[in-house]
Design a protein around this ligand. Structure first.
Ligand code: KG4
Ligand code: ZN
Length: 336
């Protein structure tokens, strides 16, 4: 079964053709990073306009690279939630138009489900049940994945997401957008013990996260140093901060695995590209005997291949959408 998938939830216009949920026949991504870099973050209005400009070309290229035409496809898929509402609407309306004109069935896919599905592409034999740590710019979830389409969130951030705090601290340090990626790069040789950051815990909720206090702690430190004209070692501060954030992610994931007696762990989302998080996940898994599945680096960020992968399993479960499909800025992974 061949699915053409479209993804426009944030600042990448993406289209891909995926066969049977696992084989990527094409995967095209038009990044808007250069556009948003001058503002230090994604400007939603600009993102929507760029999606409109790019979506036809990106989709045509995805079909061309796969060597297919619409008549070779079995279904269309699109990210419909969560994300920037204007950006999502571009993809959803384009996909609805394609469905109307081609008669192909339309599948609406949840963005975080897609991130998890990126590991089905990287690891062809991976199948549920497993525990997933999904960490992106907007979410930090620990999810019990009991089947391809059954999800239970058992831990989540009470405030900021892991990617969001990395982006904000990177910005305070004067690093360019995308902050998390650049913070990771400049911190590689930094001293993790140079700055002493807390490991916040949520009372009576050992699987939940709270990153906003940690972020404020780091930003206040940076601002005070600037006011006093004191030198800040960016590599050391970045390394210490990333060490604190990833400690929280690792501790709770380990707690969740023990609590659920789940031995298989999947990492997903943009922050899954973080070098420290990947290494700590590998170390934890070796120590505790967990089977760990990391997405390939090229599939950590937003892409449409992961949408096509998840769409296959949604289709097999019997899901389908019609022209009344809408986009939603927020939507729980387990209630769609
Ligand atoms: O999944 P994603 O591409 O978009 C959302 O769905 O939000 O995730 C983007 C997030 C951003 O916060 C970005 O800074 C972060 O992933 N990110 C990283 C790295 N690469 C991307 N954070 C830490 N280290 C990285 N190497
Ligand atoms: Zn994402």
């Amino acid at each position: 079964m061949k699915i053409l998938a479209i993804e426009t939830s944030c600042d990448e216009t993406a289209a891909a053709v995926v066969e049977n949920g696992r084989i990527v026949l094409s995967n095209i991504i038009a990044s808007q990073v250069k556009e948003h870099i001058k503002y230090g973050g994604v400007v939603p209005e600009i993102a929507s306009r760029r999606h409109i400009e790019a979506i036809c070309t990106v989709t045509d290229k995805a079909l061309k690279d796969a060597g297919l035409t619409f008549s070779d496809l079995d279904a269309l898929a699109v990210t419909y939630a969560p994300g920037l509402i204007g950006a999502l609407l571009v993809g959803v309306n384009y996909a609805k138009g394609l469905s109307l004109s081609t008669g192909l069935p339309l599948l609406a896919v949840h963005h975080l489900r897609s991130h998890i599905a990126s590991c089905y592409i990287t690891h062809k034999t991976l199948c549920p049940p497993f525990l997933a740590l999904v960490v992106s710019g907007g979410h930090s979830h620990i999810v019990n994945v009991s089947s391809y389409t059954d999800f239970t969130v058992i831990g989540k951030t009470r405030d900021d997401a892991a990617g969001e705090v990395m982006d904000k601290v990177a910005r305070a340090l004067g690093l360019p957008y995308p902050g998390g990626l650049n913070l990771d790069k400049v911190s590689i040789n930094g001293d993790i013990n140079a700055y002493n950051f807390p490991r916040p815990k949520v009372e009576n909720a050992p699987l939940d996260f709270s990153f906003s206090g940690l972020k404020t702690n780091a930003i206040n430190l940076i601002h005070k140093a600037k006011q006093k004209e004191e030198h800040i070692n960016i590599a050391d501060l970045g390394a210490s901060f990333i060490n604190a954030v990833t400690d929280c992610l690792i501790t709770n994931t380990d707690n969740a695995a023990r609590q659920t007696k789940q031995n298989t762990i999947v990492l997903a989302g943009g922050v899954a590209a973080n070098s420290v998080l990947r290494r700590k996940m590998e170390d934890l898994s070796k120590e505790k005997g967990y089977n760990l599945y990391l997405p390939s680096l090229s599939l950590c960020g937003d892409n449409a291949a992961m949408v096509g992968a998840q769409a296959y399993y949604e289709y097999k479960k019997g899901a389908s959408s019609d022209l009344s499909l809408n986009a939603y800025a927020s939507m729980p992974i387990d209630k769609c």
